[in-house]
Design a protein around this ligand. Structure first.
Ligand SMILES: Nc1c(NC[C@H](O)[C@H](O)[C@H](O)CO)[nH]c(=O)[nH]c1=O
Ligand SMILES: CC(=O)[C@@H](O)COP(=O)(O)O
Length: 160
């Protein structure tokens, strides 16, 4: 279902496990920070809403979405139960968008395969800045909220 028909911030809060004992790493790209900061806010607030202690949330910043791969790989080595990769890639004039998006998605997939700490893909890949604004706390909700919920669920699964 497309985001326009499925608000990213709407979910059954009662269905989410208590996350007070979990530790999370969040790696944030500095490109398009008007969007990535909104995604981070949504993710951070959602983790705290589900009882994650602020001191158990570690944030690192990287220059761009392509560097999320290396940053998340290093974060996986820290004492965390899940990692959230936050980025915003916006189509420009060239094919660079295609290579950044493909590289980041494949790289984060590889991290989930190669290491035993889940990495959540919270990277917007938008045609326009407005689409990113609408999905980082705008009319379509916040993909950061969605990512935090996924991170909690995957941290629980990793304990089974
Ligand atoms: N155009 C965008 C970029 N480009 C930069 C790359 O992510 C990378 O930092 C650079 O190629 C050096 O390795 N990054 C974004 O996150 N969003 C963009 O729209
Ligand atoms: C995703 C990008 O790297 C892109 O925004 C850069 O813009 P351009 O393709 O016009 O160089």
């Amino acid at each position: 279902m497309a985001t326009i028909n499925n608000n990213l911030s709407e979910y059954d809060k009662a269905s989410i496990p208590n996350a007070k004992d979990f530790r999370f790493g969040i790696v944030v790209s500095e490109w398009n920070d008007n969007i990535t900061e909104g995604l981070y806010k949504g993710a951070y607030e959602t983790l705290v809403e589900h009882n994650v202690l602020p001191e158990n949330i570690t944030r690192w910043d990287v220059p761009g979405s392509f560097e999320l791969i290396y940053g998340c790989k290093k974060m996986q080595q820290k004492n965390v139960d899940a990692v959230i990769a936050i980025g915003s890639v916006i189509q420009g004039e060239t094919k660079h968008f295609d290579f950044v998006c493909e590289g980041v998605s494949q790289g984060i997939k590889d991290l989930n395969v190669l290491h035993d700490i889940p990495v959540i893909f919270c990277v917007l890949t938008d045609n326009t800045e407005q689409q990113g604004i609408e999905r980082s706390g705008g009319i379509h909700g916040n993909k950061g909220t969605e990512a935090a919920v996924a991170a909690i669920k995957m941290a629980v699964l990793n304990k089974k």
